[in-house]
Structure formats: C-alpha cells, structure tokens
Design a protein around this ligand. Structure first.
Ligand code: SAM
Length: 238
C-alpha cells in the first residue's frame, strides 16, 4: 500500500500508478481530487480519496510507502502534519517528503512581502496575472542562463523582483507553479536540520537526503528539503 499524501491533480500519482502494481491511494483535501481521478482513471490499482492528512481516514500503520511532495509546507503546522503522516507508516515502511527550503533572510523578506500582497488578491485577478507572467518566467530563464555575467545579473535582479514567477521550461507548468506559489494561504520554508528533527521525533531512522545528485533543468529549480526515512521493523521481524 502506497500513499501519495496531498496528491493534488495527481501528476505523481499517475507516475507511481504506471510504475507499480501496488495499491496506491492519492489523498488530497481539495477539489483537485477530481482531476487526479481523471488522470488515473485507467489505472485500476489507484484510488483517490478527498480528505485531510491532519485527520486521516486511515488506521495507523496502514501504508508501506508514503510520499508527500510539496504539501506539508502548505499546511498551518507542517511538523504536526508530518507526525500525522508518519503514524500511518507500517513498521519497516518508508516515507519521503519534499518541502520548500528556507532562504537567506533578505530573500525570505522579499518572498513574505510579495505573498502578503498576492494572498490577499482575489483569484479572479491573481489567476490571469500568473498567466500573463509566463513569458516573464521564460525571459528570466534565458537571462539567468546567459554566459555573460552582466546579463545573468540582470536576470537575477529580475528574479528577485518576481521571485515566485516560475522559470519552468514548459509555459503551462510555469503558470501552475506561479499560481501555486502566490495563491496558497500557507507556504512555509524549512531547513534540513528542522525536517530531520521531525523524522527523529517520529522515531524514523535511515534518513537520507534525496536532493543529492538530483538533476534539474536549471539552477534553483526544484531544490528543496527532500528527505526519506524508515520506521524500524517490528521487534523480531528481520
Ligand atoms: C503544491 S500542491 C502539490 C500537489 C502534488 N503533490 C504535486 O506535487 O503535484 C499541494 C497540495 O496539498 C494539498 N493539501 C494541503 N493541505 C492538505 C491537507 N491538510 N490534507 C491533504 N491535502 C492537503 C493541497 O490541496 C494541494 O493539492
């Protein structure tokens, strides 16, 4: 049994469903479950449930594997949310999570300022703004990957001014990622030490940093706190 905790529209649920014969459950609190169901409709081993991971509708120790990518940092209390998820792990099971990384204080301040404005905007305005920002993301991407130092610096300055505007190579994903940054009420950033503390508190061992050796489209994209850990097997079980 595998749990995709906070499956959203199901992009990773589909990948997991296509690559495994195990029963995979996608859980999400939002109406995105409708899209996740559609995306995984032809995968019989995938089930999608609408529910809150803070009050899960599953018995403790239900899952062999849990992954939760970009979700805990959108809850009001990520540590509590992580501990709730870890309780769902069977002895011998493994959990992997990804959360936004804490940045330098100046960057944190810029992010907080921008989100203080964007989270107060009506979605009817923020949505089109994110759509219109897609070419800007493409421009930042080109500038920042320039070999000319001066042009690259212009790209960095532009990026700081529009830090949540995604630079993903796919313009459609850029729009989604940008909205995903500016719209959510909660968006916390964490250090690896802090997250390792959650794993320790949950009694998890064999904690590894999955972000090592990851390949990205460009510097900065996708980097996050990406750890996995295991619940030790029950006594007497090898
Ligand atoms: C940034 S999206 C990530 C979705 C998916 N993991 C992905 O990477 O495509 C965050 C998701 O977490 C979900 N979420 C936030 N709080 C949640 C909660 N308490 N219980 C379940 N899902 C939650 C949101 O509804 C949203 O779909």
């Amino acid at each position: 049994m595998v749990l995709d905790a906070g499956c959203g529209m199901g992009r990773y649920l589909r990948i997991a469903g296509e690559s495994s014969a195990r029963l995979i459950v996608g859980l999400d609190v939002s109406g995105a479950v409708a899209a996740a169901r559609e995306l995984t409709a032809e995968l019989p081993q995938v089930a999608v449930v609408r529910g809150d991971l803070l009050r899960p509708c599953f018995a403790p120790a239900s899952f062999d594997r849990i992954y939760s990518l970009g979700v805990l940092d959108h809850t009001p209390d990520p540590r509590t949310a992580f501990l709730a998820l870890a309780r769902l792990l069977k002895p011998g099971g493994r959990i992997a999570i990804w959360v936004y990384p804490r940045q330098r204080p100046l960057i944190e301040a810029i992010m907080d300022l921008q989100r203080a404005v964007s989270t107060r905007m009506p979605l009817g305005l923020l949505g089109p703004l994110c759509q219109w920002s897609a070419p800007l993301g493409g421009l930042k991407r080109r500038l920042m990957s320039s070999r000319r130092w001066f042009i690259q610096r212009i790209g960095v300055a532009l990026h700081l001014a529009t830090i949540g505007v995604s630079m993903h190579p796919d313009p459609e994903v850029r729009v989604c990622d940008t909205l995903d940054w500016y719209a959510p009420k909660y968006l916390s950033r964490h250090t690896a030490e802090e997250v390792r503390g959650w794993f320790a508190e949950a009694g998890l061992t064999d904690v590894v940093d999955l972000s090592r050796n990851q390949v990205f489209y460009h510097e900065g994209q996708g980097h996050g706190i990406n750890l996995a850990g295991s619940r030790p097997p029950a006594p007497g079980v090898p």
